[in-house]
Design a protein around this ligand. Structure first.
Ligand SMILES: [Zn+2]
Length: 572
């Protein structure tokens, strides 16, 4: 039974005064006609098995509340090929695939601009804090690879989000906010009608752009002036429990783990002093990033009075730490295990706060992830899985096969101009200068790339547009990632457990982004709002979330939504 149906029954059986008395008794007394708050949580890179795998270090009220009291879909997979952060977040927000919402990768080569573009860059909307968009201290950010454009907006996202549909449906009376450490984690979920805040490593504060505000709300200035990040100065990320409590308690030091600027491979990981150049970056590489996000989100909930009237509000929170910790230490590490324990506490804190302020009975919670994450090849090797290894993309243009092609086409210079996951970009200028046919060159290069050791598939964009492709799961996932204006010339897929060991210029333990199951697998859990406890093993997709939320609230679906409303959430 939907929330709407249940209240109509209640209305028939209670007098108005009884209803009023119940409402006055507190936020938990009775679910209102519709939820007062939609709380959409994204945990960046939370592979579907991780919460259950590390159950040994979880407490009460966080993941256990979700998994034991909510509707837990245990078989949810993305169906697009490029499992990167903006692609997943935009898919969660819009309920559709990158072919429709247009966010085909964290970066893509913009042929019109003639340079690499960052997914949510927009020079028309500057950041309210000058210089806050650029992490000038480290290279651990895809903006580093794109041109440094001071500005962010959701305008590159081509279809509407569920939050947009709320704004339209409720005549602009829904309050819509999104918060994350990552700009793309917030801008995507806020949609085109909501407001987004994200963490700037440059200043150690939460920022926004002129797309959303002319100036910061006073409460944001106050939060930033309080400078909660500085409270970590001189401190360390330490284990929450005794080492013996952890699955990886005796496996802290692994040689493939990343040691960024003295952060170290073993506990305790020291943040350094607040004036240290890498201080704020280290906060994001640990559970501290999530704790700061929670602190900001709680202040936002209060100050913007979310969930306090009869029009449903929307708050999206994307917790980024799990992704960074996974990149640095791998999905099977003491660090990811302790990160889960601390994220669990952060979630429990959030749910207790929301319960007190809005009431969990009045809050529809949905938690998912933007993608999963792979295990580090070093970890797999240690278990005898020898085929796991790194692939050096710098060699692509220098291999004998490509050299032979260059000769055949008469190229003296580079034929492969660039590789930015997942696309190979060809030197189009040279191709046209030589009067060659772009499609023939694309197909010839793709055919050679397909022969590389470690490459599973290479398919040209021309082939995607024109040829009849083999109807395989892999080919369909590449097609779902294809946008004619943004996709590169050749989509390159590596074999399972073959990785690019380059995370935006930094050598790391693991990198996600593949179409394989470890990267497509995410949890989908609905809780609160009187939903029953249930485990569902049926195959579903994260695209179903936006369709479900729209159906639940009675709005129309987002403009490109392909998801199916989830019956367990909607019917009792
Ligand atoms: Zn991500």
């Amino acid at each position: 039974m939907s929330a709407t149906k249940s209240i109509s029954v209640l209305k028939r059986s209670f007098s108005i005064s009884v209803l009023a008395a119940l409402m006055a008794a507190g936020p938990n007394a009775l679910a209102s006609e519709q939820p007062k708050l939609i709380l959409q949580i994204t945990v960046d890179a939370l592979r579907g098995d991780l919460p259950g795998r590390f159950d040994n270090v979880l407490g009460e009220g966080g993941f256990r509340y979700l998994m034991n009291d909510g509707i837990h879909y245990t078989n949810a997979h993305y169906q697009h090929a490029n499992t990167e952060t903006i692609v997943g977040h935009a898919s969660l927000a819009t309920g559709t695939v990158p072919a429709a919402h247009g966010m085909v990768g964290n970066v893509w080569f913009d042929r019109e601009l003639g340079r690499l573009a960052y997914n949510i860059e927009d020079s028309a909307y500057h950041l309210l804090t000058v210089g806050a968009d650029v992490d000038q201290k480290t290279e651990i950010d895809p903006t580093q690879r794109a041109a440094k454009v001071d500005g962010r907006s959701p305008n590159n996202m081509l279809t509407s989000t569920f939050s947009d549909e709320m704004a339209v449906h409720f005549a602009g009376r829904s309050k819509i906010f999104a918060v994350s450490v990552k700009d793309r984690g917030a801008v995507s979920l806020a949609g085109h009608a909501g407001k987004a805040f994200w963490f700037s490593k440059a200043g150690g504060e939460f920022v926004t752009s002129s797309y959303y505000y002319d100036q910061y709300p006073e409460w944001v200035n106050k939060w930033n002036a309080r400078d909660p990040a500085s409270s970590y100065s001189g401190k360390s990320w330490e284990l929450l429990h005794q080492p013996s409590k952890y699955m990886f308690g005796d496996a802290d030091d692994r040689e493939y783990e990343t040691d960024l600027a003295g952060f170290g491979r073993v506990f305790p990981h020291a943040y350094g002093e607040a004036d240290d150049k890498y201080f704020t970056t280290k906060l994001t590489l640990s559970p501290a990033g999530d704790e700061l996000t929670l602190d900001f989100a709680k202040t936002l909930l209060d100050e913007e009075q979310l969930g306090q009237d009869d029009v449903p509000d929307f708050l999206a929170i994307s917790f980024s730490s799990t992704d960074y910790v996974g990149h640095m230490f791998g999905a099977s590490s003491l660090e990811i295990e302790d990160n889960m324990a601390r994220l669990d506490r952060t979630l429990a804190d959030l749910f207790a706060y929301v319960d007190q302020k809005v009431g969990l009975a009045n809050t529809l919670i949905v938690l998912s992830a933007d993608h999963g994450q792979p295990d580090a090849p070093g970890y797999l090797n240690s278990l005898g899985i020898d085929r796991a290894h790194y692939f050096d993309t710098d060699t692509l243009d220098r291999t004998p096969a490509i050299e032979a092609l260059k000769k055949q086409f008469g190229f003296g210079e580079e034929l492969i101009e660039a590789y930015f996951q997942p696309y190979v970009y060809l030197n189009r200028e040279l191709i046209s200068e030589k009067g060659l046919d772009q499609a023939s060159v694309e197909n010839a290069v793709a055919e050679e790339l397909r022969k590389f050791k470690g490459v599973a598939e290479a398919v040209s964009s021309t082939a995607l547009r024109t040829a009849s492709l083999p109807d395989t799961v892999l080919m369909r996932s590449i097609l779902r990632n294809f946008h004619p204006k943004r996709s590169g010339d050749i989509y390159l897929v590596f074999e399972p457990d073959v990785f690019i060991n380059d995370f935006d210029g930094l050598i790391v333990a693991s990198t996600h982004g593949s179409p394989w199951r470890y990267d497509t697998y995410v949890p989908v859990i609905f809780a609160g709002a009187g939903l029953p406890a249930m485990k569902v093993s049926r195959a579903v997709t994260p695209y179903d979330i936006a369709a479900t939320l729209a159906n639940y609230l009675g709005t129309k679906p987002p403009s490109g939504a392909i998801g199916t409303p989830l019956a367990e959430v909607l019917e009792k």
